[in-house]
Every structure is written in C-alpha cells, then in structure tokens.
Design a protein around this ligand. Structure first.
Ligand SMILES: NC(=O)C1=CN([C@@H]2O[C@H](COP(=O)(O)OP(=O)(O)OC[C@H]3O[C@@H](n4cnc5c(N)ncnc54)[C@H](O)[C@@H]3O)[C@@H](O)[C@H]2O)C=CC1
Ligand SMILES: O=C(O)C(=O)COP(=O)(O)O
Length: 630
C-alpha cells in the first residue's frame, strides 16, 4: 500500500528511450556527409563526457549542436525514429503511465521539441515535461538553445526539481550523472539507476536501487506491472563451459546469468543452487535428489547435451522442476568422428603415426584395409546410429544394425534380430545405445568373444556400457585389431590428469569425450536449449521437456496466466476451478496435461483479478509449484 504521495521523475535519453536522441539526430543530418562517422564519434564522446560529468553540460550541448548542423525539418524524422526506440520494459508497462499519470514528470537535458511528442503517447503532457528548447534560424536551422533554461546549465536538473516544489516522495529514474546528483543534492529522495540501455559504473554506484528494466522498478515499489517477477531476478547458472552464445542469449532476454567453466561436485552444487532458478549442465554434472532438495527456487534443469541420466529426473518431477536437453544438435558431430575413426582404425593410421613420431619408418600394407565393402555393425539405431548408417553407406560400407526397439532400416541397412547375429558378421562394431542405466556393462567378455577375429570396436556412447577390463583383454589377446574410445566409466570434472587401462595399447584411439564437442554442435545447443528455457519461463511451454507433460501453449494478449504444477491425485483440478469460480474469474483458456505423477494446468484469465486468489491456489492440497506469469 502506498501511503505517502510519490512523484516519479524520468530522464528521457537512454531511459525512456533506448538511445540518445541527439546521436540519432546526428545520424539523420549527417547521412550524406563524408566525415559522418568521425563527427558522430565526436558527438558520442562529447555526450559521454557530459553524462559522466567530465565537462559541463552547457559546454557539451553547445559543442554537439554546432556539430549537428540540423534543421527543424529533421526533427520529424527524429521523432519517427524515437517512437520505435522506446525502452521495451517501459513499452510493456504502459498502463503504469496511465494509472499514475498525475505523479509522473520528465526532466531531461534533451529538447522538448522531440520529447513532448514521444511521451505524450505515455500520458505525459507537455507541462510535465521539463527540458531544453531549440533556437532556430530564419530558414529553420538549429542555431542554438535557450540559454536561460536551467536545464542547459551544469546541474540544471537539481535546480529544476527544486523549483518544482513537489510534495511527497521524489523518485528519480535515470542513467547518468545529471540524474544521480539530484539525490546527492537532496532534492530527490531516491535514485534508481536505469540500466536497461546503458550501465555506467559511476551511476550504479550512486544509486539507491539498480533497475535493469522497468519491471524491477515497479517490483521494488510494489506497483502494478505486466510481468509478475522481473526477469533480472531469475538467476541462471551455466556449468561445464556451455557455449558463450547461451550466456548472451539468456542475458539479452533479461535473465541474470552466471557461467562457470567446470562441473561442480554434489556438495558444491548444493551450496550454489539455493538461489538458482535455472541450472544448465552438460554430461559431467550429477544433479542428484539431494541437490534438487537443496534447491529452493529451481524451475528448470537443462542438459546442454543429449544425455540426461546424470539428472535425477524423478526427483526433478516431484519438485516441479522441468528438464530439457538438446537431443539432436551434436549428433552429426558424433557421426563424423565415428566415420573418421572407422577409417583411421582400419588403416592403423594412429599406429603408423605414433611410430613415425618416435622416429620409426614402417611403410606396410599389413592389416591396412579399405572400408569399402566392409561390414559395419551399429548397435543402437537412434538419432546417431541412423545418421551413421547413411554416411557409412555413402562410403561403400555394408551396414547392419541392432536395436532393442523396432526400428525402420534407412537406405540399404540390414536389420539384425539379435546382437550376436550382428557381432558375428561385423568388421567394425560401433555402440550408439542410450545412457539408460540398464545398459551398464552390457558389452563385456561374452560380446567381445562373439565378434569376428581382428574386428574393430568403437564406443562413443557412454563409458559405463562397456566392461573396460574385457575390452583391454580382447585388445591384448589380439581378438580385436583396434578400438576407438571417447567415453569412460569415470570421467574427470575438469581438464587435467586422467588415467585409463586403455592407455598405451597399440591401435587404440582415445579421445576425452569430445564426440559432441564441435563448434557447430555447441553453438547449435546454445541456441536450442535457451529457446526451450525461455519458452517455459516466459510463457509456460513444456514442449520437448524430458520429464514433464508436454504442453504447447497459444500466445495470449491481455490475459493473466496462472501455471499450476500439482501431484496427479484425484480432485486437484476440481479444487482449482472451484477457487477460480468463487472469485468470479473469467477463464479465457485452460490447458491440462498429466502423467502418472504430476499434473500441469495453465489457466489464462481476464486482466483484472482479486490477488487473494493467488494465495488460495498456492494452498490447494497437492500443489507442487505455482506461479503467475503476467
Ligand atoms: N561422445 C559424445 O560426446 C556423445 C555421446 N552421446 C551418446 O550417444 C548415445 C546415442 O545417442 P542418440 O543416438 O542420440 O540416442 P537415441 O536415444 O536417439 O538412440 C539410442 C538407441 O539405442 C537403442 N538402445 C538402447 N539400449 C540398447 C541396447 N542395449 N541394445 C540395442 N539398442 C539399444 C535405443 O532403442 C535407441 O534406439 C547416447 O548414449 C548419448 O549419450 C551423444 C552425444 C555426444
Ligand atoms: O550429448 C551427450 O550426451 C554427450 O555425451 C556430450 O556431452 P558433453 O556436452 O560433451 O558433456
């Protein structure tokens, strides 16, 4: 409840709009000037000197106007462009400017000629806009400004605000020097550093609050707003060197993102996860039940890779935490590595290479074979297995595959009805089974024994699916002619020392789990996964969630959206709808999806509703998580 009267004083340039208007004007007036870039840079430098208080404002204004060479006629183009440049969070909270119109002022060191028409659309009339005015020459050229106006002077905003004799609390919202000095001088009660468009160290240091967007300003002041929880308050933690594009994408959308290059242990994660809303990991971070239980705010866990068995999916579901992954982005990279390794193994390339590195010339065709016409046995005919099948055939290989599920053969691949059948005929056996725990040690002594003498073996799937000792024995005995291994039963959390029994064996290619580590794959993942995160956080969509009922929601305007995750027990929906009916809420749309454990219901409502309903819905028995979107 607001008890005292409050006045909201806005800066214009880089606060209400995303840009500095005089910079935009310069772009317009200097369009055909060959020295345009040079002059614009001079103007920007002068603007910054003024904003940072390095030179007086009058001086900065005088120098810029002289460089501008503008005319009255240029102002209409400027206004047209500024209309498209209103700060996004200001734009989406237009209702605030309607509801509090009697308490809102603009004090700017810019010019009324372009500020008035922009802010008029936000219910701020000219008499509440305090700014400079231009002086025009006979043919409309801008020759200067009204030097008597206090706002053309150094620290003019202080004097302007003082002269206004406003009653009640005065909150100043701005991005620069001229704004924060009003607070220092004691004419403003609070200063909000507005950093949506530009963040200046000096300004943020002087602020009572930092507002990365207008939602945050409204949130701090407990004012009505269009987003119930400002995005900058949503904390995203990315581990394991996730591609920087993900950081950029999520930060640009307004989230607070932290990126750490390594994986964290359970203990470290338990400590770190307390205030995290979204966790991003790759294959090395175990997200255990204990971690989930320690996470007070967690809404999403995202695997920036394919595998999700490092995450306790059930614990996530029980706590209403949605899990996403990137099932396709790195598949091609794994396939290409497999193709390369098939050829390298069959030509003993690494062996020849190691010899020559050690000073030995060993030109020989012994044991060196073409892949054309050879039999490739693919175990696990999923997203990777199938692509490999096509590429291997293009190389002239004869492909057979085995999968526990019934899979359609692509190209000319032959389906095998048992693993043994495949092992008995394949010159190269390559594993692409999923990371299901049931596959632990599924390939061991017995399977190696079934393989052809002198065959090759590749594992790019998961380390735990192969009995490493059995593989070592098969290699040492000469049963296998070679192997390529990318994944190990136990892998380190960060780059450094590593040991495996496979080290030092001839014709064994060892790589440090880099099957999916290509620039293309990582970049694609950094695009795909953030899209899923944003779709869920921003609008409730769970399409492609791996542990949750999938719902694709329609875009809605002018509605409030309630997201309710609950245990799938009888009666919850009835209770929810009873509450909605009791508060006489008009439902625009309701979407429900359930699985045996949880129900996820989304309700879109008319704009206005009694806020008591939120508490009531939160308290419905069986509720796991509830949030209001907008
Ligand atoms: N080395 C690396 O950097 C990477 C490794 N991977 C791993 O590659 C593997 C395959 O990935 P996708 O093709 O995307 O998975 P997928 O889920 O699309 O395909 C796996 C296939 O294996 C089959 N399968 C499971 N257990 C089997 C068994 N015991 N015998 C025969 N078939 C079985 C499944 O029915 C499924 O068709 C996964 O383990 C994944 O984690 C994925 C990406 C990168
Ligand atoms: O996608 C997968 O499952 C992988 O194994 C790749 O994992 P990574 O992102 O390289 O830790």
């Amino acid at each position: 409840m607001i008890t005292t009267k409050r006045n909201y004083v806005f800066d214009f340039d880089s606060t209400l709009t995303r840009v500095e208007a005089l910079d935009v004007l310069a772009e317009i007036t200097l369009k055909n000037n060959p020295k345009k870039d040079e002059i614009i840079q001079q103007i920007i430098d002068i603007t910054n000197l003024g904003i940072d208080g390095e030179i007086s404002f009058t001086e900065s204004l005088r120098r810029r106007i002289a460089l501008l060479n503008a005319n009255k006629a240029d102002l209409s183009e400027l206004i047209k462009q500024l209309r498209k440049q209103v700060s996004s969070s200001i734009e989406r909270n237009k209702e605030f400017f309607q509801e509090f119109k009697d308490d809102i002022y603009v004090i700017s060191c810019g010019f009324k000629e372009f500020i008035d028409p922009i802010v008029a659309e936000y219910n701020i009339p000219s008499h509440r806009v305090f700014a400079n005015t231009f002086e025009f020459g006979e043919s409309g050229e801008i020759i200067g400004f009204d030097a008597k106006n206090v706002l053309s002077h150094h620290n003019g905003k202080i004097e302007c605000l003082r002269n206004m004799h406003l009653e009640g609390e005065i909150q100043v919202i701005g991005d620069g020097y001229s704004d924060y000095v009003t607070r220092e001088a004691g004419v403003a009660d609070k200063f909000f550093a507005y950093t949506e468009n530009v963040s200046r160290k000096k300004t943020t240091e002087k602020a009572d609050h930092i507002a990365p967007n207008f939602d945050e300003f409204l949130y701090i002041n407990k004012l009505p707003r269009n987003i119930s929880y400002p995005k900058n308050r949503i904390k995203i933690l990315l581990l394991e060197n996730v591609h920087p594009d993900a950081f950029k994408k999520l930060s640009t959308d307004g989230f607070s993102v932290e990126s750490i290059s390594k994986s964290l242990s359970e203990e470290e994660l338990i400590e770190k996860i307390k205030d995290v809303h979204v966790l991003g990991i790759r294959s090395k971070t175990d997200v255990t039940r204990k971690v989930i239980e320690a996470a007070e705010k967690l809404m999403v866990v995202s695997a920036f890779c394919i595998g999700t068995k490092q995450i306790d999916l059930e614990a996530c579901k029980e706590h209403g935490v949605v899990v996403f992954n990137a099932p396709y982005s790195n598949t091609r990279s794994v396939v290409e590595l497999a193709i390369g390794e098939i050829i390298m193994l069959m030509r003993s390339t690494f062996q020849r290479s190691t010899e020559i590195h050690n000073g030995k010339w060993n030109k020989t065709a012994d044991g060196s074979k073409e892949v054309r016409g050879k039999k490739l046995g693919i175990v696990g005919y999923g997203n990777i297995g199938k692509q490999l099948s096509i590429l291997a055939e293009a190389l002239g290989m004869d492909v057979c595959y085995y999968d526990i599920e019934d899979k359609l053969s692509l190209g000319n691949a032959t389906k095998m009805y048992s693993l043994n059948e495949l092992l008995a005929v394949s010159d190269v056996v390559t594993l692409h089974v999923d990371d299901n725990p049931a596959n632990r040690n599924f390939f061991g002594e017995n399977e190696f024994a079934q393989m052809k003498d002198g065959a090759h073996f590749i594992n790019l799937a998961r380390g735990f699916v192969v009995d490493i000792e059995a593989l070592v024995a098969a290699l040492k005995s000469g049963k296998l002619a070679g192997a390529a291994v990318d994944v190990y039963p136990s892998e380190p959390a960060k780059n450094g020392e590593f040991y495996t029994e496979l080290q030092g064996l001839p014709n064994v290619i060892l790589t440090p789990h880099v099957g999916g580590s290509t620039e293309e794959a990582q970049k694609d993942i950094a695009d795909f996964v953030p899209n899923k995160i944003m779709a869920y956080i921003n609008s409730g969509n769970t399409v492609d969630a791996v542990n949750f009922p999938n719902i694709r929601l329609p875009r809605q305007v002018n509605v409030h959206r309630f997201l309710h995750i609950h245990k799938n027990v009888p009666g919850v929906m009835a209770k929810i709808n009873k509450i909605l009916a009791k508060y006489d809420l008009n439902i625009n749309g309701q979407y429900l999806s359930t699985d045996p454990k949880v129900g996820y219901v989304i309700t879109d409502l008319d704009k206005e509703y009694n806020k008591e309903v939120i508490e009531k819905l939160r308290n419905v028995e069986g509720t796991i998580k509830f949030r209001v979107l907008y």
